[in-house]
Design a protein. Structure first.
Length: 94
């Protein structure tokens, strides 16, 4: 796997770390039409994209945890919205 790190990461190590991330994060980030499986797939994609920026200064798990958490927060912020009016008192939603 191509990284900035001089010590290459094996596929099995990457998959182990990714599975740990899925177990930790997938249930907490499901929302709207994004179920657990969808979030698990997003975690895999985000982790794969982040590997080109991994420099080996920190543990792989910690690096991917921070990266994936930030990206999932962005996904949730961009895709999740309230379909109903937040309050019944205002006329903006009517």
């Amino acid at each position: 796997m191509k990284t900035k790190n001089k010590n290459p990461i094996s596929e099995s190590e990457f998959l182990d770390v990714t599975n740990k991330l899925i177990a930790k994060l997938a249930d907490g980030y499901k929302f709207g039409i994004y179920g657990r499986d969808d979030i698990a797939q997003e975690i895999r994609l985000l982790a794969w994209e982040a590997m080109s920026r991994y420099d080996g200064k920190h543990a792989l798990y910690q690096f991917l945890l921070v990266h994936v958490t930030n990206r999932l927060n962005t996904l949730k912020r961009d895709k999740w919205y309230r379909a109903t009016c937040p309050c019944e008192l205002c006329d903006k939603c009517m």
